[in-house]
Design a protein. Structure first.
Length: 151
């Protein structure tokens, strides 16, 4: 998905208008896109279509971050995604050839039907029985401590 103003600035072909609801109180008007693929520098032969252009300014205000778009499950699932919260970078690796050799931990991320990233984990509290389950990954706003990077 791409921010509607960015799509217009890039001269993308706006298709039929669409009324999109989400987590907010009101729906927003956007446009379907046609013939609008995107690619990434350094990823030879990679291309995916952009399907939707929406105004993301309310989301940007709420989150405190500006966006030009949102990369969804269809994009993320094509790669092993390395997230470095301290340097604010994402590194994409070929999922067929990637082998982890670092000092940290590696774990499989899946996505629920709403597109939220999930991990299978066990929460251990010395005073209670362990709790096993699937947990949503979410960055703690403003945290620079790697131990607090996800909750």
């Amino acid at each position: 998905m791409i921010e509607l103003a960015v799509a217009k600035d890039l001269g993308l072909k706006l298709g039929a208008p669409v009324d999109v609801g989400g987590g907010g109180k009101k729906a927003v008007m956007g446009n379907m896109l046609s013939d609008s693929p995107f690619s990434l520098v350094g990823l030879k032969d990679f291309s995916q279509p952009l399907f939707l252009a929406l105004p993301l300014d309310d989301l940007a205000k709420t989150s405190g971050h500006e966006f030009a778009g949102i990369l969804g499950t269809d994009f993320i699932s094509e790669f092993v995604v390395e997230i470095d919260y301290l340097s604010k970078t994402i590194t994409l690796h070929d999922k067929m050839t990637y082998q982890y050799h670092g000092a940290g931990q590696s774990f499989r991320v899946t996505f629920n039907s709403a597109g939220w990233p999930l991990i299978q984990a066990t929460v251990i509290d010395r005073e209670r029985s362990p709790i096993e389950g699937k947990f949503v990954l979410d960055r703690l706003r403003g945290s620079t401590d790697p131990e607090q990077a996800v909750r």
